[in-house]
Write a protein that binds this ligand. Structure first.
Ligand SMILES: [Zn+2]
Ligand SMILES: [Zn+2]
Length: 163
């Protein structure tokens, strides 16, 4: 079998995703022996997964803003204090999914056989704790996501340079 990209060269490896032949040069372009098309598909998939992880925070922020709207209907409040509250509420609510994730990660699965009341209490406690944990967990999680996104963009650029 010859290289898919250089038909005159013999292949030394095959693409781990599609099995096309890769010459020595093409096989050493990336950490894994993979063709440009398959690597592009992988990076696109990674980017989609990253984008999806922003969605719960965006929904949380919107819920926070709607919540602020309902609790600040009092027109005696100044516009500035309302904006301040809106920012705080959007931040707190956007952090809840991150806090929830952290708490789920550290709590062992020992509450599987609780009553409905137990489940209700568990949910309420977990939800309240999530809003506190999220204050710290969200910025860390978002920085992590930005770095992963940056990494995926660099990989994408690298593939374009190799084409
Ligand atoms: Zn391939
Ligand atoms: Zn080649």
């Amino acid at each position: 079998m010859n290289c898919y990209n250089h038909p005159e060269k013999a292949s030394v490896a095959t693409c781990i995703d599609c099995g096309k032949g890769l010459c020595k040069e093409c096989a050493s372009l990336y950490a894994l022996p993979i063709c440009n098309q398959c690597n592009t598909a992988r990076v696109k998939n990674d980017k989609n997964v990253i984008m999806q992880k922003y969605i719960p925070s965006i929904i949380g922020a919107v819920v926070g803003l709607v919540f602020t709207y309902f609790i600040t209907k009092d027109i005696t409040q100044s516009v500035f204090s309302t904006i301040g509250e809106a920012i705080i509420m959007a931040y707190l609510f956007a952090g809840i999914p991150w806090g929830w994730y952290v708490i789920s990660f550290i709590t062992p699965k020992m509450f599987l056989f609780m009553s409905w009341f137990g489940w209700g209490m568990y949910f309420i406690i977990k939800f309240s704790l999530s809003s506190f944990v999220g204050i710290v967990a969200m910025p860390i999680g978002l920085i992590n996501l930005f770095m992963k996104q940056n990494d995926a963009n660099k990989k994408e650029q690298n593939i374009l340079n190799n084409q």
